[in-house]
Design a protein around this ligand. Structure first.
Ligand code: PLP
Length: 428
C-alpha cells in the first residue's frame, strides 16, 4: 500500500552514495553483532528515526512557535508546541526549550542566560566525573568563566557536600552545577539547593546522563530543586541526538533568548519533532518499566563485575552506569577497553576518583545498561555479560590462550546479541 510519508529510502542512498550506504549498513551490523555498554548511548525507536529522517530537516524556523523569522512554519510550529507541552507535563516543569542542538549547546545557553564572562562557576571536577562544559580549560566554560571544582570524598567516593558548601561560601559562585558524566550515585538535589540559596547562586542541574531515569520515574527528579535543568535527549531518554532545557517560569525568557538568537541559529526541526516523539514514548508505563530495568541491570552488572575481581567505585550504582576500577586485574582502563572491543563489547576507559593514571590510560572502565536494556536483556543476561567482560579483560592478546579466550568471548557475545537483537530484522 502506498504511504503518504516521503522518508528514509535506503535504495536511494545505495544508488546515490554506495560508500555512505555501506557505512550505515556497517554500523547497523556492528550494533546487531555486539554489546553496547557505553553509558551515554541508547538505541532509538523506529518512530524517532522516522521523524529524524523526515522532510522537517528542510525547514528554517529561526525563532519560536508563532514568532518565527521565516514563513511556512505552521507544521513545524505544531511539532515544537507538542514537544514543549509534553516536556512540561512529563517533568512537571514551568518551561521547556527543545531547540539546543546538543548537551554542550544547552549548557552554553544556560551559562549565557545567567552569567557574564569572568563569573565564578562551581561544578564537579572533570577528573572526578564532571563534564567538559563544567569548567574544563579547553572548553568555553573554563576559558570564559572562573571554574571552581568540587569532588568526591576519598573514603566513600560520594560527592563531598561539605566541600561543595565550603567552596560556595569561599568563592560565592554565580552558578552552581550539579550533574556529571561518570557519577554512579543519586545526587542530593536538596543539599545543592540549600547551598545555592545560602550563597545566592543559580542552581543548574546537568541531567544529561540520568534524565531518562527521571522521566521513567526510577529516580528522583531535580526539577523541583533547580532553577534550570539541561540535558541531552539521546542517552537513557532514548531520543534523537540533541539537547533540551527546562526552567522555572521566571527564567523562561532568559533561557529562550540564550538559545536563540544568542548561541544558535535555526533549530533542527526534524530533531525537535523526534524529541517530541521520544517524550511521548517516555511518558508510557512501558518506559517506566524500562527505566526500572535499566537500574536493576546496572546494579546486576556492577555486582557481576565485582565478582570478576573489579572494584565498583562507591561500592555500586543507583543509576544506569557504574565505574569499575580494573587495577585488581592488573590492566589499565585503556587495555580493558581494547580487550573488550576484541570481544565485541563496546565500553569506555574512564578515570576513577583520584586516579594516578593519565586520562588516556585511566584505571577504570565505565559501563552502562541503557542499550542492552532496550534490547530486552535482564539480570541473568547481565551476569553473563559480566562473566564475558571478565574473561575478555583477563585475556592477553597475542598469546595463544588470550586470543582463544577473546575469540570464545566474541562468539558468546554474538550469541547473546542475536538472542536479543538490536533493530530486529524485518521490523521497523
Ligand atoms: N553534560 C553531560 C553531563 C554529559 O554527559 C554530556 C555528554 O556526554 C554533555 C553534557 C554534552 O552532550 P553533547 O555530547 O550532546 O554535547
Amino acid at each position: 500500500m502506498e504511504t503518504p510519508f516521503w522518508g528514509p529510502d535506503f535504495d536511494a542512498l545505495t544508488s546515490t552514495d554506495p560508500e555512505i550506504a555501506d557505512v550505515v549498513l556497517g554500523e547497523l551490523e556492528r550494533l546487531r553483532g555486539g554489546l553496547q555498554l557505553i553509558a551515554s548511548e541508547n538505541l532509538t525507536s523506529p518512530a524517532v528515526l522516522a521523524a529524524l529522517g523526515s522532510t522537517l530537516s528542510n525547514k528554517y524556523a529561526e525563532g519560536y512557535p508563532g514568532r518565527r523569522y521565516y514563513g511556512g512554519c505552521a507544521q513545524v510550529d505544531v511539532a515544537e508546541e507538542i514537544g514543549i507541552a509534553r516536556a512540561k507535563e512529563l517533568f512537571g516543569a514551568d518551561h521547556a526549550n527543545l531547540q539546543p542542538h546538543s548537551g554542550a549547546s544547552a549548557n552554553l545557553a544556560a551559562y549565557a542566560a545567567f552569567c557574564e564572562p569572568g563569573d565564578v562557576v562551581l561544578a564537579m571536577d572533570l577528573k572526578q566525573g564532571g563534564h567538559l562544559t563544567h569548567g574544563s580549560k579547553v572548553n568555553f566554560s573554563g576559558r570564559w568563566f572562573e571554574p571552581v571544582a568540587y569532588g568526591v570524598r576519598a573514603d566513600t567516593e560520594l560527592i563531598d557536600y561539605d566541600q561543595v558548601r565550603d567552596l560556595a561560601l569561599a568563592h560565592e559562585p554565580r552558578l552552581i552545577i550539579a550533574g556529571a558524566t561518570a557519577y554512579p550515585r543519586l545526587i542530593d538535589f536538596a543539599a545543592f539547593r540549600s547551598i545555592a540559596d545560602e550563597v545566592g547562586a543559580i542552581l543548574m542541574v546537568d541531567a544529561a546522563h540520568f534524565v531518562g531515569l527521571v522521566a521513567g520515574k526510577a529516580i528522583p527528579s531535580p526539577v523541583p530543586f533547580a532553577d534550570v535543568v539541561t540535558f541531552t535527549t539521546h542517552k537513557v531518554l532514548r531520543g534523537p541526538r540533541g539537547g533540551m532545557i527546562l526552567c522555572r517560569a521566571e527564567h523562561a525568557k532568559a533561557i529562550d533568548k540564550a538559545v536563540f538568537p544568542f548561541s544558535q541559529g535555526g533549530p533542527l526541526m526534524h530533531s525537535v519533532a523526534a524529541k517530541a516523539v521520544a517524550l511521548r514514548e517516555a511518558s508510557t508505563s512501558d518506559f517506566q518499566d524500562y527505566a526500572t530495568q535499566v537500574v536493576a541491570n546496572a546494579v546486576a552488572l556492577a555486582k557481576g563485575l565485582e565478582e570478576e575481581g573489579m572494584r565498583a567505585v562507591s561500592g555500586g550504582t543507583d543509576t544506569h552506569l557504574a565505574l569499575l576500577d580494573v587495577r585488581p586485574l592488573e590492566v589499565t582502563g585503556a587495555e580493558a577497553e581494547r580487550r573488550c572491543d576484541a570481544a565485541r563489547i563496546t565500553l569506555n576507559k574512564n578515570a576513577i576518583p583520584f586516579d594516578p593514571a593519565p586520562p588516556a590510560t585511566a584505571s577504570g572502565i565505565r559501563i552502562g545498561s541503557p542499550s542492552v536494556t532496550t534490547q530486552g536483556m535482564t539480570e541473568p543476561d547481565m551476569a553473563e555479560i559480566a562473566r564475558l567482560i571478565g574473561s575478555a579483560v583477563r585475556a592477553e592478546p597475542g598469546t595463544t590462550a588470550g586470543d582463544a579466550a577473546l575469540a570464545a568471548a566474541a562468539d558468546e557475545v554474538s550469541r547473546l546479541a542475536t538472542a536479543h537483537p538490536a533493530y530486529p530484522r524485518n521490523s521497523g
